[in-house]
Each structure stands twice: as C-alpha cells, then as structure tokens.
Design a protein around this ligand. Structure first.
Ligand SMILES: Nc1ncnc2c1ncn2[C@@H]1O[C@H](COP(=O)(O)OP(=O)(O)OP(=O)(O)O)[C@@H](O)[C@H]1O
Ligand SMILES: [Mg+2]
Length: 292
C-alpha cells in the first residue's frame, strides 16, 4: 500500500470483492450526498468518488462513449483513489485520441488522516466535459458605457483549475458543493421552497480578497461539470453592479429591469442552467435558476 499523493496501481487483493454491496449515495446526478458515517473503513457500502474527464478541444467523440470507455478502464485497474490525475492509458487509442486528462476529485470528503480509498471501496462516478474556449461575451451598456454583465459558457477554459487552487479550511468547499447540488436536486424533484426552507441563493461574505468571487465562479464551473448530463447548457452571468447605477433619474431602475429581462430569456431555454453572480456590492451573491 502507498500514501503517494496521486492515484496509482496497487497490488493489494480485494478481500470482500464478491460480498460488497453498493449503496447508492448519489442524488441521481452523480453528486455524492452526505453519509451519516463516512468512514472509509466501512466495507458494506461503496464511496462515490467523482472522476472528471476533460476532452481535448479537438475531440468530437460522444460524451457517453468516452464515459463508458473510462468506466471500463477504471474497472480493469486496481487504483487507489486520492485526489489527482490518473494517466490517460496510451494503449487505449480511443481515450488517448480524445481525452486530455482524467482526475479524481474531492476524495477528502470521505477520508481523514491521510487514509486512501482502495478500488474495491469505491464506485467511480465519471463526468465527461469539454471546456469552452469562447471567453466572456460582454453585453454593452447604452451609449458605449460600461457593460452591464459578462456571460460565459460553462465549463470555461478560463476557470479551469480554479476550484483546486482555492485553499480553505478542511471540507468547506465540499460542503458548499453539496449544499448547491442539493438545491439543484430539490428543484429537479419539485420540492416546494416554501414548505421545505431552501433556496437557490448563495451569499458569501468576508474580508476583501478572501476569494469570494473566485469561489462563486469555481463553484459554478464545478456544478456545470457535475450536472452536465441533466443540464447540457450552462452559463455564468457576472453582473457588473457599478454599471447599473446611473446619474440620471430612474435610469438605474430601467437598467436593472433590462438585465433581469435578459436573464429571464436565458432561463426560458430548456435545459439551460444559469448562474448569476453579483459581486462588488459588499458581499458576493450567486443564484441559479432553472426553467422547465
Ligand atoms: N483562499 C484562497 N485560496 C487561494 N487563492 C485565494 C484565496 N482567497 C483569495 N485568493 C486569490 O486572491 C485573489 C482575489 O480573490 P477574489 O477576487 O476572488 O476575492 P474577493 O473576496 O472576491 O475580493 P473582493 O472582496 O475584493 O471582491 C484571486 O486571485 C484568488 O485566487
Ligand atoms: Mg469579489
């Protein structure tokens, strides 16, 4: 057994391979829901571990085909699961031609004290995505003024690696991701927000420069990857709050109304998941909405 920081082949035998029962802890979108006792030594259930597969920009392969190929590849290999890259197998021509990288993510949700998850304890949940290279689309304000918002197609190349680069106390990012994933899950299942107290709003507050805006963008990127089978189109709108204020009487109200009308048009498109980030006020607010 090894404690190397990246996943690698191990030779340990699986003592319970034939008796392990898989308890599906997922919310149906491959996002692991909290377990009551997430101890990695439990042998009667498997831990859902996200495996993110980034396609090459040139790839035209079907996401489903790549997902199946990665699942087959993972089944064949006796990996230890810790956060980090898994080498793309050079002997698999299909994967080698189409896949840029394969990464194990967020295993620290399940493990403590530098334990590692072994392949027989894990059910990998594979998410395949391709980064958008389009960059932000700026919406110009009236009279060539400051644009009122920037709009990105997610997952965007610009935000690649941002989630991993943000360092917070242990488990904070995972809790935030689980909270947002649960909110999306509740929406999908039609849970009434007035009966069960929840909403699709996240307010991050803290001193300047503590990563609030970056965390919002990274979270939106993460959710766009984790939920891409349910919501194939995903956008992030970053509202430029300053541009909404005008020295002209009643003009600010009109600018805000125009902005929300545009957002409404976006969410009316079926299967479009839209994140709206409003920063630079005092705290960062992000909300997301889905139109059925
Ligand atoms: N916890 C962190 N880990 C890694 N990088 C961080 C962290 N917090 C801030 N940064 C980096 O600091 C820079 C500023 O972050 P960001 O603009 O997201 O902060 P903010 O809280 O939105 O600031 P402000 O309150 O001024 O709007 C970014 O480059 C970000 O990556
Ligand atoms: Mg900010």
């Amino acid at each position: 057994m090894t404690t190397s920081p990246s996943p690698m082949d191990i030779t340990i035998q699986n003592p319970i391979e034939t008796t392990a029962i898989s308890h599906d802890l997922s919310d149906g979108n491959g996002v692991a829901l909290p377990s009551s006792s997430p101890s990695p030594i439990l042998t009667h259930r498997k831990f859902l571990v996200s495996v993110e597969v980034c396609l090459k920009p040139s790839s035209t392969a079907r996401v489903e085909d790549v997902r199946l190929a990665v699942e087959r590849m993972l089944e064949k290999r006796s990996l230890s699961y810790v956060d980090g890259p898994i080498p793309v197998p050079i002997d698999d021509q299909f994967l080698f031609e189409n896949v840029q990288r394969i990464c194990v993510c967020d295993t620290d949700e399940w493990v403590t004290n530098h334990d590692i998850l072994l392949f027989w304890q894990v059910k990998p949940v594979v998410h395949v995505f391709q980064l958008s290279e389009e960059g932000p689309c700026e919406e110009l304000g009236g009279d060539g003024q400051l644009s009122s918002f920037n709009d990105w197609i997610l997952p965007a190349k610009e935000f690649d690696g941002m989630w991993e680069s943000l360092i917070y106390e242990f488990g904070l990012k995972q809790r935030l991701l689980r909270y947002a994933a649960s909110a999306l899950f509740f929406t999908e299942k039609g849970v009434d927000p007035f009966l069960v107290s929840w909403n699709r709003l996240i307010l991050l507050h803290g001193p300047p420069g503590t990563g609030k805006t970056s965390l919002c963008k990274a979270l939106a990127q993460k959710l766009s990857i984790r939920f891409n089978s349910r919501y194939p189109q995903c956008q992030l709108i970053e509202v430029n709050a300053h541009s909404l204020f005008s020295k002209w009487f009643s003009e600010s109200g009109k600018l805000v109304a125009k902005l929300f009308q545009k957002i409404q048009e976006m969410i009316e498109e079926e299967n479009n998941l839209v994140f709206v980030l409003i920063g630079e006020i005092c705290d960062d607010i992000m909300f997301f909405n889905i139109q059925y």
